[in-house]
Design a protein. Structure first.
Length: 232
């Protein structure tokens, strides 16, 4: 009697990695992309402060709008993230925040954040969708959000996080960047950003990471496929 060869197993995420093994409460480190968008490539402090002031004015003219079912369906939230990762963490939904902002030029920003600073076992998850009025503005947002996240980690974090670009793992849209986040040589999360026309999606998370393209697709493609037709 012949035996069947072993069947290949589907890819799985890497095991849960606690980015805070000592259980030290951390401060929330939300993105500072709207500020960094104005200061990329500028080294003169006076010019930086001037442009940051313009960024603040841009936000001052914005309007927060009520959320609709399309908004919640378009982002990767903590439930979708945990279903994908298989992590047994029971989410504290008080750490969820979803805000839709409309700017004076008709562009939109939809920002989802899950952060429970007092719980060292909680993952961190941020997913952002930006809808711009033209490709040039979308390209600027795509670049500035990535740079802003890196700068935020270096400025606000207590340790030097290494962002390892791995575009061989996953690509999408007109332009995209996929990275593994590593601390002291140990991977602990992923960061991804993509632009398709006037639409940009950005996501960063810690606690689970993957270096498998198929598994990355399982998390990212459902949201990216909705990005084509999403209407805020």
């Amino acid at each position: 009697m012949s035996s069947l060869p072993p069947q290949p197993q589907p890819p799985q995420p890497h095991q849960w990695v606690n980015p805070n093994p000592n259980g030290i409460p951390r401060q929330s480190n939300g993105k500072v992309w709207i500020i960094v968008a104005a200061v990329i490539g500028i080294s003169i402090i006076g010019v930086i402060l001037l442009v940051v002031g313009m960024g603040v004015l841009y936000w001052a003219t914005s309007t927060e709008e009520p959320l609709g079912p399309n908004d919640e369906a378009a982002i990767v939230d903590i439930d979708r993230f945990l279903d994908w990762s298989g992590d047994p963490y029971a989410p504290d939904y008080s750490g969820e925040k979803l805000i839709k902002t409309r700017f004076f030029d008709g562009s939109y920003d939809i920002d989802y954040d899950f952060d429970v600073p007092e719980d060292p076992n909680a993952p961190y998850l941020n997913c952002n969708i930006t809808i711009e009025k033209n490709n040039a503005d979308a390209k600027a947002i795509y670049v500035s959000m990535w740079a802003g996240a890196i700068l935020g980690m270096h400025m606000l974090g207590d340790a030097d996080v290494e962002v390892i670009t791995r575009n061989d793992i996953f690509r999408w849209g007109d332009e995209s960047t996929f990275a593994i986040l590593s601390l002291d040589g140990e991977p602990f999360g992923n960061m991804f950003s993509a632009r398709k026309g006037t639409r940009v999606l950005f996501i960063i998370f810690s606690g689970i990471y993957t270096d498998d393209g198929e598994f990355a697709s399982d998390l990212l493609l459902p949201a990216l496929n909705q990005l084509h037709t999403y209407a805020p």
